[in-house]
Design a protein around this ligand. Structure first.
Ligand SMILES: Cc1cc2nc3c(=O)[nH]c(=O)nc-3n(C[C@H](O)[C@H](O)[C@H](O)COP(=O)(O)OP(=O)(O)OC[C@H]3O[C@@H](n4cnc5c(N)ncnc54)[C@H](O)[C@@H]3O)c2cc1C
Length: 440
C-alpha cells in the first residue's frame, strides 16, 4: 500500500484517535467531519450522546495519555475532578453497597471537554493532518472492488490510499461494501431497550456529605433503573438516569424526579432535589449492543477499514465505548507497523478481538433482563451470570476481589481473570461465610 494519503470519516473520539495514529504512518491525513467544531468544550449535534454521563475507565485514559502526552494535565487544568474508585463513590450494586476501598482513581469530566482537549492537541501532535469540517462523506470511491477515496456531498472526491470509517452507530459501511460487490457483515444485536435521561446541576456551595459521586445500579431482572451523579468541570454534576426493559429515563421534569426517587436508594434524589438545575433534561435511546462482524467476511476491499462504534457499539451504561476505541486505535498502529500486505483484514480481526471482553461484560449483564431483544440466552451465560453475582457480592466486602472486578470493568484485565484461582478462592470463601455488606 502507498502511504501518501489517508482519509478518516468522522471526527469524534474514534476519528480523532485514528487521525493521530495515521499521521505517524502517512505523508498526509485528512479528517472529514460533518459538523463544524465548536470553538471550545461545547456540545455539537454529531455526538448527541455527549449530553450524557461519560465515564472513561483506567485503560482508556492510560492509552489516551500515551497517544496525547499531557492530556490528563490539560483535563485537570480545565476543571476535571479526580475521584477515588470506589473510595469517593457511594456505589449500590445488585448485591448491596460496596465498601469504599481505595482501589483506583478516575478523572471525571464532560464528554465535550475530552473531545476539545484531543482536538486542540491534533495540529501539534499530527502536523500532516488537514481537518475538513462541515463536509459529509456520502460514498466511497471505488477502484475495481477496492477503495480509492471518498465522495463528499458537495460533489468533490478525495483520493486516498486508506479510508477509515469512524462514523459511529450510523455508519453506512454495510451498504458501501455491498455496492462494491461484497456481502454485508453478519450482525449481532443485544438490545436491552434502555433509555437515558440526563441533566446538569450546580453542586450546592459547601456540599460535603463525604462522597463525590453516586452510582446506584439496577438489580435485574426486576429492578431496571440506574442512576449516576458525577462531578464535572465548572462545579456541576451530571445526573444520568437510565432504565432498561423499556422503562426509559423520562425527560419530563416531574417524572425525572419521580424516577430518581424510585431508584433503589433515595440518596441521589435527595441530592438533586436541593440542587439548581442547569438547563433542560435530555433523553437518548439509541443504546443497543450492536456488533457488525467485519472480521468474518470472506473477502475485503483494499484501502478501507471500519473502527469504533461503527464496528461495535455497546450499551453505554458500562462505560466502555471510548476505551475500546482507544484499544482499537493502538491495534491500528500495530497493524500499520507490521510489514505485511493484508493490513485491512488484520485490523478488522484485531479490532474485533479488542472489543470481545467489553462485549461479553455488556451483553452478559443485559441478557439478565427478560425484555432484552436478542437470540435466546445460552445456559453458559446463565451460569456465568450466577457466578458473577457471587463475584459482585464478594467484591463489596473484599478489596482484592473488588480490584479484580474493577480491572475487568476498566478493561485492564480480561473477564476470564475473574476465574483465576485467587479470585475463585476468595469468592468461594465469601459464599460459604458471607460478610455483611456495609450500609451507605
Ligand atoms: C448515552 C451514551 C453514553 C455513553 N457513555 C459512555 C461512557 O460512559 N464511557 C464510554 O467509554 N463510552 C460511552 N459512550 C460511547 C461513546 O460515546 C462512543 O463509544 C464514542 O463516542 C466513540 O464513538 P465513535 O467516535 O466511534 O462515533 P461517534 O461518537 O458516534 O461519532 C461519529 C462522528 O462521525 C461524524 N459523521 C457521521 N457520519 C458522517 C459522514 N457521513 N461524514 C462525515 N462525518 C460523519 C459525526 O458527526 C460524529 O462526529 C456512550 C454512548 C452513549 C450513546
Amino acid at each position: 500500500m502507498n502511504r501518501d494519503h489517508a482519509v478518516v470519516i468522522g471526527g469524534s473520539l474514534t476519528g480523532l484517535l485514528a487521525a493521530r495514529i495515521l499521521s505517524g504512518h502517512f505523508a498526509r491525513v485528512t479528517l472529514v467531519e460533518r459538523d463544524r467544531y465548536p470553538a471550545g468544550a461545547a456540545f455539537r449535534p454529531g455526538i448527541p450522546q455527549s449530553r450524557h454521563l461519560h465515564v472513561l475507565w483506567t485503560r482508556g485514559l492510560r492509552l489516551l495519555e500515551e497517544l496525547f502526552p499531557g492530556l490528563e494535565k490539560t483535563l485537570l487544568t480545565a476543571g476535571a475532578v479526580e475521584i477515588g474508585v470506589p473510595s469517593d463513590v457511594l456505589w449500590l450494586t445488585a448485591a448491596g453497597w460496596r465498601t469504599r476501598f481505595e482501589v483506583t482513581r478516575m478523572l471525571t469530566f464532560s464528554r465535550p471537554l475530552l473531545d476539545w482537549a484531543l482536538r486542540s492537541r491534533l495540529p501539534g501532535d499530527a502536523p500532516c493532518l488537514d481537518v475538513l469540517e462541515g463536509h459529509e462523506v456520502v460514498d466511497l470511491v471505488p477502484r475495481g472492488r477496492d477503495v480509492a477515496g471518498v465522495a463528499l456531498r458537495s460533489g468533490e472526491t478525495i483520493a486516498a490510499d486508506l479510508v477509515v470509517d469512524a462514523t459511529g452507530r450510523g455508519s453506512r459501511a454495510p451498504e458501501w461494501l455491498t455496492a462494491l460487490g461484497y456481502p454485508a457483515p453478519p450482525e449481532t444485536l443485544v438490545d436491552p431497550l434502555l433509555g437515558y435521561a440526563s441533566r446538569f446541576y450546580a453542586i450546592p456551595d459547601g456540599f460535603d456529605p463525604g462522597w463525590k459521586a453516586l452510582y446506584l445500579q439496577a438489580d435485574p431482572p426486576e429492578r431496571r433503573r440506574t442512576g449516576g451523579l458525577f462531578p464535572q468541570e465548572g462545579g456541576r454534576w451530571i445526573c444520568s438516569l437510565s432504565g432498561a426493559g423499556g422503562d426509559y429515563g423520562p425527560t419530563d421534569e416531574e417524572e425525572f424526579l419521580a424516577f430518581a426517587k424510585g431508584l433503589r436508594d433515595p440518596v441521589l434524589y435527595e441530592a438533586i432535589r436541593a440542587a439548581e438545575p442547569l438547563g433542560p433534561i435530555r433523553g437518548f435511546r439509541r443504546t443497543a449492543n450492536h456488533r457488525r462482524h467485519y472480521e468474518r467476511l470472506p473477502a475485503w476491499p483494499r484501502g478501507f477499514v471500519v473502527m469504533g462504534d461503527a464496528a461495535c457499539a455497546f450499551n453505554p451504561i458500562y462505560g466502555q465505548g471510548m476505551s475500546v476505541a482507544a484499544i482499537s486505535a493502538v491495534a491500528l498502529d500495530r497493524c500499520l507497523r507490521e510489514d505485511r500486505d493484508d493490513l485491512e483484514r488484520r485490523f478488522q480481526k484485531r479490532a474485533s478481538r479488542s472489543a470481545a471482553g467489553a462485549w461479553l461484560v455488556a451483553t452478559g449483564e443485559d441478557l439478565r433482563y427478560r425484555e432484552t431483544v436478542a437470540a435466546p440466552t445460552r445456559l453458559s451465560t446463565r451460569l456465568i451470570n450466577a457466578y458473577v453475582d457471587r463475584v459482585v457480592a464478594a467484591a463489596n466486602v473484599d478489596r482484592r476481589v473488588c480490584a479484580g472486578l474493577l480491572d475487568v470493568l476498566a478493561l485492564t484485565s480480561a473477564p476470564a481473570s475473574l476465574f483465576s484461582p485467587g479470585v475463585l478462592a476468595r469468592v468461594a470463601a465469601n459464599t460459604v461465610r458471607p460478610a455483611s455488606p456495609p450500609g451507605r
